[in-house]
Design a protein around this ligand. Structure first.
Ligand code: 4AD
Ligand code: MG
Length: 464
């Protein structure tokens, strides 16, 4: 019986001499005049293909093998041999080739030429079979694994926060509503829709963040993190925004903003170091084909210290920069992507953590500083992508928190449970949210965030 193996395993010298069963999809077929065919086979276990030699003696050689084209699926039994070819240690001499499915070359969309990423987005059901999307899937998987390992080693509990919620964590009103009401004929209470007759007896939404619930667990179990899908109904058609994305949100009791910034820096360095170590072949691919600086940038970040920069100083640097920005720089305005990129790409040339932002531009839950004008917020900014992490120390004083809610026109009664965390055994605590896709985008150098999530959801697009 041949040993079933991944192509990644069969490509290693340790596999030499073994009888193996390999299964995957044909990338190319070449026929030699010497009476055999070469098949390049890929199964997604690694970037590289394995070369299969199919001799003319195989009984389905003329009937099937000589008709194999890109996209066909096959099982191969054979022996792993040393390859005389360059760039590969091994190849497989086939004793049996079973064809599972053909792929008509007249219609199969993935031909050998390079396809644009825009085109590949329209065939998201086939793009995992390309080198780029295979590499992205493996890097994304490595990042997720690294995140879980990091938090487990640091003593955080992985908790699951709800996807459906009645509260708007970010207070920005950018939520997708969840309802079972008949939209053509909703029940009315006067001129308004009567949501007391809806499924949850109230308006409900897809969550924009699991933070508020993560705080509940941190304020009792000390360190918790959540890692799940989040949804934003903001109509921003940019290369950095998705309507559905994955966010990692740690929350720590008895911690302040300095601890929070230190955790964010450790986490990012750990992720980058793991990807460099565990995905060298995929990272070489991105470095050659997508962004020639990515490996060097990641290595540099792993060894460098992130800059910590108060918002007020950031505004001073931007004002004195002499750059002509599209959006005006003034104390009290939020930093725009162009400002964030100037700081990380031109001024400091490394990740920058901007902290202590004006209270008026940040959500209700951030701790107000003694100056009364700023809050203990922090954003981690990186070159190209801009904001990759947003976090804060939380307001733990009941009266100040209630005041901040009113200031932002939120009804404290709707957040009674959140306020009770401050009423009973309140503690200083802090946390942040890391956008998974922004991280994968940064690592791979992919220009558009829609290409680092398997099935992007953006305004006007929810195919697949
Ligand atoms: O800065 P944000 O909005 O922070 C929060 O939601 C906090 N409740 C997190 C917390 O403190 N627990 O989002 C956090 C991160 C951003 O820095 C960005 O990386 C990512 O989530 N993000 C997006 N990623 C893709 N598409 C979008 N529309 C995103 N919005 C935010
Ligand atoms: Mg933010």
């Amino acid at each position: 019986m041949p040993e079933r193996m991944s192509i990644g395993q069969a490509r290693r010298a340790e596999a030499l001499g073994r009888q193996v069963l390999l299964q995957g999809w044909v990338r190319t077929r070449r026929d030699s005049k010497a009476g055999f065919s070469f098949l390049e086979l890929n199964d997604g276990s690694c970037l590289g293909n394995i070369q299969v030699i199919a001799p003319a003696e195989l009984d389905n050689y003329e009937s099937e093998i000589k008709h194999l084209t890109a996209g066909a699926s096959v099982s191969i039994e054979g022996v792993v041999k040393e390859s005389p070819g360059k760039g590969q240690a091994t190849e497989v001499e086939a004793a049996r080739v079973v064809v599972h499915g053909t792929a008509d070359p007249e219609n199969y969309p993935l031909q050998k030429k390079r396809h644009s990423f825009e085109f590949l987005r329209t065939i998201a059901h086939l793009r995992p079979r390309t080198n780029t999307f295979g590499a992205i899937a493996r890097v994304r998987n490595c990042v997720c694994n690294s995140i879980h390992q990091f938090f487990q080693e640091e003593g955080f509990l992985y908790i699951h926060t709800p996807v459906i919620t009645a509260s708007d964590c970010e207070g920005a009103g950018e939520m997708f509503q969840v309802t079972t009401l008949d939209l053509a004929d909703p029940p009315k209470d006067g001129p308004r829709v009567d949501f007391s007759q809806d499924f949850f007896d109230r308006p409900a939404y897809l969550t924009v963040s699991g933070q508020l619930e993560a705080e509940i667990f941190a304020c009792g179990l000390s360190k918790a993190y959540t890692f799940g899908p989040t949804f934003r109904a903001e109509n921003s058609n940019t290369a950095r925004h998705l309507a559905e994305f994955w966010m990692v949100e740690p929350e720590m009791a008895f911690c302040n903003l300095e601890d929070d910034m230190a955790l964010a820096e450790r986490l990012l360095k750990r992720i980058f170091a793991d990807v460099l170590e565990k995905c060298p072949e995929d990272m070489d691919f991105f470095n050659q084909r997508i962004d020639k600086t990515t490996i060097e940038t990641l290595r540099h970040i792993v060894d460098s210290q992130f800059v910590r920069l108060p918002y007020t100083e950031a505004v001073e640097i931007l004002s004195a920069s002499g750059e002509s920005f599209e959006f005006p720089v003034a104390w009290g305005n939020d930093l725009q992507s162009e400002h964030e990129r100037f700081l990380t790409e031109k001024h400091f040339r490394c990740p920058v953590i901007v902290h202590d932002y004006p209270r008026t531009i940040k959500p209700f839950y951030m701790r107000v500083n003694d100056d009364g004008r700023t809050v203990r917020a922090m954003d981690v900014l990186v070159p190209k992508v801009g904001e990759i992490i947003g976090g804060s120390q939380r307001e733990e004083r009941l009266d100040v928190l209630r005041e901040r809610m009113l200031e932002q026109e939120l009804n404290p009664d709707d957040y009674w449970w959140y306020l009770e965390l401050r009423k009973y055994g309140t503690v200083p605590h802090a946390g942040f949210g890391l956008g998974l896709e922004r991280v994968v985008q940064f690592i791979t150098g992919m220009a558009n965030i829609r290409d680092v999530i398997p099935f992007p959801r953006t305004p006007g697009s929810a195919e697949f």
